[in-house]
Design a protein around this ligand. Structure first.
Ligand SMILES: CC(C)=CCC/C(C)=C/CC/C(C)=C/COP(=O)(O)OP(=O)(O)O
Length: 300
């Protein structure tokens, strides 16, 4: 029972949204108060977990076909529990934000709406789904910025567009993992419609735009170089695409995006937050992930 919930949280993804929220809150001129950073972290993290419950709820029919081992299709988590928990978490985040800063709560409401639209509608419809997923991250970053700035600085827009492009790209890499299952389930994802080479080309362009834009705003360029090196490693893995290689590329991007978000934080905070974020990510990704993604627990 508890393990079904923990699997739904995907612990290896959990450290990322909080770093993005904090990155928005720490944009210049700063510095933000500790409670603002904590709130930006908590709202983005709980909003993200809510997104995982709702995503698994809306994907339950597709997962029954191609990922029967997942909590809902395997009967370890009821669809109703996933729906109620997802909605409950989103409402809790929004209620807390209303009490602290109503402007942020309105933007967070828009973020939740995009997140639900992604899971329920756009995800099965190609590029619009990938863009919706990237937009949710851009909005989460902007929520963090609005929490600490009455009028967010111009760099907020640059960072938001960069994360939009980045997460659209990493989400596209995710679709390369399950082309056959998506096709059988009627999900018209970008690679199902346009093929693998076109998908990889688009990923490379979006990734280059994202990292290029972040070089103009990053507080700590050393981390940005480190993220770019990891990103190039992920893209290099995609020179031949199999489900296993696509999973490997996405695993690298799951670590890379932590480094990328930490690069927007002031150096000392960025290094400390990154060190903390890497622990659960590296400890759980290798052990849990292939079992969650592939029915046999592994893939070539
Ligand atoms: C305030 C608030 C609501 C913040 C959260 C915003 C946010 C970025 C939500 C996205 C949630 C989600 C379903 C992520 C997983 O996508 P995925 O499993 O398709 O994988 P991916 O990481 O590769 O895209």
């Amino acid at each position: 029972m508890l393990s079904a919930h923990v699997q739904t949280w995907r612990p290896y993804t959990l450290a990322y949204p909080g770093l993005v929220g904090m990155a928005g809150a720490a944009l210049p001129p700063g510095p933000p108060a500790w409670w603002q950073l904590a709130l930006a972290w908590a709202a983005a993290t709980l909003g993200w977990v809510s997104g995982h419950y709702l995503g698994d709820y809306f994907d339950r029919d597709l997962d029954a076909l191609s990922k029967p081992q997942r909590p809902i299709p395997s009967g370890r988590l009821s669809a109703r529990t996933a729906l109620v928990t997802g909605i409950g978490l989103a409402v809790a985040v929004l209620a807390t934000l209303v009490a602290v800063n109503w402007r942020v709560s309105l933007l967070a409401l828009a973020t939740v709406a995009v997140m639900i639209a992604y899971s329920a509608f756009f995800k099965s419809r190609g590029l619009s789904g990938n863009l919706a997923r990237g937009t949710a991250t851009a909005l989460a970053l902007t929520c963090g910025a609005l929490l600490t700035h009455p009028v967010p600085p111009v760099v907020t827009a640059v960072a938001a567009v960069a994360f939009l492009c980045h997460d659209t790209a990493s989400n596209l890499v995710g679709t390369l993992r399950d082309i056959d299952g998506d096709e059988r389930g009627g999900y018209r994802t970008f690679p199902v419609r346009h093929g693998v080479p076109a998908t990889v080309r688009l990923v490379v362009v979006l990734y280059a735009v994202a990292v290029g834009a972040l070089f103009t705003v990053a507080a700590f360029a050393v981390l940005l170089f480190a993220a770019a090196a990891l990103g190039i490693g992920a893209l290099w893995t995609l020179r031949t695409v199999t489900p296993g290689r696509a999973l490997r590329a996405h695993e690298i991007l799951v670590v890379e995006r932590l480094v990328l978000a930490a690069a927007l934080l002031p150096p000392v905070l960025g290094m400390a937050a990154l060190a903390v974020a890497l622990v659960p990510t590296l400890a759980t990704q290798h052990r849990l992930r292939a079992r969650y993604e592939f029915p046999e627990g592994h893939h070539v």
